[in-house]
Design a protein around this ligand. Structure first.
Ligand SMILES: [Zn+2]
Length: 224
């Protein structure tokens, strides 16, 4: 399912009573189409003169990008509610998912039979749901480890990466291509050359319609 804001509000109220003793006021619930997170607590953070943090202006944001089982959406919401509980009560945790967070998460999982985790890793199935047509300028690199990697720079970094990638010692060979294959949607747009290792046969399969590129110094165009 893809949740509506009303659904999330309804669930928030239910979990607030069940798990958090009804102590959490309903924050604004906002939906997003983000692929990079399932849920997120947003807030303002200020340092007090005692060096502690003061949290305010909370918003819970839930992504509707992935079609997920209801239980996973509930776990995502409860995960954000744990963050909200900690910040709303101005408790100081050791890190973003520190000791406090983990203790509460484990207690809730045990008491309520939930499966909340620290990070929601997207499954292969979820990533394959991302079928939008996007334009990808991809640099394929053959590394001295025998592996093949790719990097997809942000638009503004293409020329820069074109220049610096050949200077990497571990790069034996490289090639720039353009592709609209949705497989590449899962890779974040890079500001720096960080190579994602990809199975060569999987890559080949998704590069069937790719066009090799050349760089004239001021334009990037299909290689002649
Ligand atoms: Zn979290």
């Amino acid at each position: 399912m893809r949740p509506s804001p009303e659904y999330i509000e309804h669930k928030f109220n239910a979990f607030n009573l069940l798990i958090f003793n009804g102590k959490l006021p309903l924050p604004p619930i906002k939906m997003s189409r983000a692929r990079t997170f399932m849920g997120r607590l947003e807030y303002k953070r200020e340092k007090t003169f005692l060096g502690k943090y003061r949290y305010s202006d909370f918003v819970i944001r839930i992504s509707t990008f992935y079609d997920l089982p209801e239980e996973e959406i509930e776990d995502t919401l409860i995960h954000e509610m744990i963050h909200y509980h900690i910040c709303f009560h101005q408790m100081q945790d050791t890190s973003a998912h520190g000791k406090l967070f983990r203790r509460m998460m484990n207690d809730i999982n045990n008491s309520f039979g939930r499966h909340i985790t620290i990070s929601h890793k997207r499954s292969e199935q979820e990533m394959n749901q991302d079928t939008r047509t996007r334009s990808h300028f991809i640099c394929i690199v053959w590394l001295n480890s025998g592996k093949v990697g790719i990097v997809i720079p942000t638009k503004t970094r293409i020329f820069n990466m074109w220049k610096i990638i050949p200077q990497f010692r571990e790069v034996i060979r490289y090639k720039w291509v353009h592709s609209s294959d949705a497989f590449f949607n899962r890779f974040p747009r890079a500001m720096t050359p960080k190579f994602y290792i990809v199975e060569e046969c999987l890559l080949e399969e998704h590069l069937k319609d790719a066009v090799e590129l050349e760089n004239t110094g001021h334009i990037i165009r299909p290689k002649k």
